[in-house]
Unconditional design. Structure first.
Ligand code: SF4
Length: 526
């Protein structure tokens, strides 16, 4: 006899009890900028929960990578322009002709701000659980706020700051007169600009709140207080943002996590919240690639098995490693085959050409063995066998975090899996001997920034082409976004080396894979 386990169903929510003490109403966002002082309380759908968080995560990942690549503030602002526009747009009131809620375009702005608000809180939930993630979240959110602050409309920025009700103490005329010489010296003002001291507004704040200004000796320090001129107000506002967020994150495990979880009913009730949050926090290792199928046409011709060897020069290190091992051993183990087959499918190899490719590559076995052991799996990857799912090429996140290779396997991301000295040898085979680049790659790898290392290698091996692109388009001469998908690496590489030759199509993917915390890649083993 079998005992039937009861099916766990989400408990019905007593909404009065659930929301007791919480003000439930759709917030109106008068400003583009947000200090995120109030948690959101309205319900959102599971899809919105996932997609909004993934979009913000992509932005934070990009910011982190830009910082790690030592971009100047100007370069960072250029590099973040497109990602922000694509994944987390946030328009100013003036851009839509008013902030009245009844204005159609203003409603769009409200939606953007709602997404910004919710996604911030979802990632707080995801990253509040470890010290390292909290620090990274704080640093990247601060940069994001700074980017938006600096690009905001003057009038709106002023209104936003006034609305925050800061407890900054203003210096009176008498105080300024009494401290005139010190203020001149402390702020680096020249004596012939002395009148400026009296015309400018000064704030008096605890020195810890403007640590960077103190560090740069841009303010006068006296009795534990910093005297900040109005010209340094952005630093003051940004420092305030950081301080408040830091405090909120510290208190998070005890208070806010409960409040935010409560603000997202059903998710915590039916156990779907935690896998999503876990998956999101893994996303800081490598951002989620948010596209579906990738098909590439090279020079308008269909791709054949015979040209793969010629294309390896455009492959990222993970795929080069698989290809080299395949050519050397005339064989690849299952996970390596799966990773490489899906990549080649994304490059544009048809199922017939893929079968030809693998048959020729496995030259130590006969036709019969190939048909029995391997044909099915290749066809399965193309959705022609078994569950007939259309498997997508694996993203860096999947490669980095799922199916980690065992000792004798060569799939996965080499920046993560290969010992550093062997990795340097691998870099040599890609033509990299520059000591600075190798040193930076070592640092990236030590800091577990694998996709940053890969992007750095891409930039170095395509420096000439990126420079040409920069001259033609006025770009930055760098990748505008980090490499987060091997097929993206290939498309960019081939396109740069053969201008006008690539036609790549992508389609938006449903975020369902993130919901379950799995990639959806699953194949029968031989
Ligand atoms: Fe491949 Fe991505 Fe690793 Fe680069 S970062 S080697 S593309 S898995």
């Amino acid at each position: 006899m079998f005992r039937q386990e009861p099916v766990k169903r989400p408990r019905a929510i007593d909404s009065k009890k659930h929301w007791a003490g919480v003000d439930i109403e759709q917030l109106f966002y008068p400003h583009r900028l947000n200090f995120y002082n109030t948690p959101p309380t309205m319900e959102i759908t599971l899809d919105e929960f996932e997609q909004w968080a993934i979009d913000r995560l992509r932005i934070l990942g990009e910011i982190e990578s830009c910082l790690y690549r030592n971009m100047t503030p100007k370069e960072l602002s250029v590099a973040m322009k497109d990602p922000l526009k694509n994944f987390l747009p946030l328009g100013a009131n003036t851009a839509v002709g008013g902030s009245k809620p009844q204005d159609g375009r203003a409603n769009k702005r409200q939606e953007e701000r709602r997404k910004d608000h919710y996604s911030h809180y979802i990632l707080r939930l995801a990253f509040a659980r470890s010290e390292d993630l909290r620090k990274r979240f704080l640093a990247t959110e601060t940069v994001l706020f700074k980017l938006r602050y600096n690009s905001d409309d003057d009038k709106e920025r002023r209104e936003f700051i006034e609305g925050l009700g800061f407890d900054w103490e203003y210096l009176s005329f008498e105080e300024k007169a009494a401290m005139r010489e010190d203020l001149l010296a402390g702020t680096g003002t020249k004596s012939n600009d002395a009148d400026a001291v009296f015309e400018a507004t000064f704030f008096k704040v605890d020195w810890e709140r403007v640590y960077d200004l103190v560090d740069q000796r841009k303010v006068l320090l006296r009795g534990g207080k910093a005297y900040v001129p109005e010209s340094q107000q952005p630093s003051l506002v940004i420092a305030e943002f950081t301080a408040r967020l830091e405090k909120a994150l510290e208190a998070y495990l005890t208070i806010s996590i409960q409040l935010t979880a409560r603000a997202l009913p059903r998710l915590d009730e039916d156990d779907r919240l935690i896998p999503i949050l876990n998956h999101l926090s893994r996303g800081f290792t490598a951002p989620e690639y948010n596209t579906g199928t990738i098909a590439t046409t090279l020079n308008g011709a269909s791709l054949t098995a015979a040209v793969i060897d010629d294309l390896v020069q455009y492959f990222p290190m993970c795929m080069r490693q698989l290809h080299t091992t395949l050519r050397r051993d005339k064989h690849l183990l299952h996970n390596g085959r799966l990773q490489y087959t899906l990549f080649l499918k994304g490059v544009g190899l048809s199922v017939d050409e893929a079968l030809t490719f693998w048959r020729k590559a496995f030259s130590r076995i006969d036709d019969d063995e190939f048909q029995k052991k391997y044909r099915y799996n290749v066809r399965h990857s193309f959705g022609l066998e078994g569950t007939r799912r259309n498997y997508k090429p694996m993203s860096c996140q999947q490669i980095l975090t799922e199916r980690r290779p065992a000792a004798n396997q060569v799939h996965g991301c080499p920046y993560r899996e290969v010992a550093i000295d062997n990795l340097v040898v691998g870099l040599g085979t890609m033509g990299i001997s520059d000591r600075d680049v190798i040193r930076h790659v070592r640092e990236d790898v030590e800091a577990k920034k694998y996709h940053v290392a890969c992007s750095r290698v891409f930039e170095h091996t395509h420096a000439k082409e990126l420079k040409r692109e920069k001259e033609a388009s006025g770009g930055s001469g760098r990748l505008t976004e980090n490499i987060i998908h091997p097929n993206e690496y290939f498309i960019r590489s081939f396109g740069l080396k053969n201008p006008g030759s690539v036609e790549a199509t992508t389609s938006a993917a449903a975020p369902a894979a993130v919901a379950s915390g799995v990639s959806g890649q699953s194949m029968e083993l031989d």
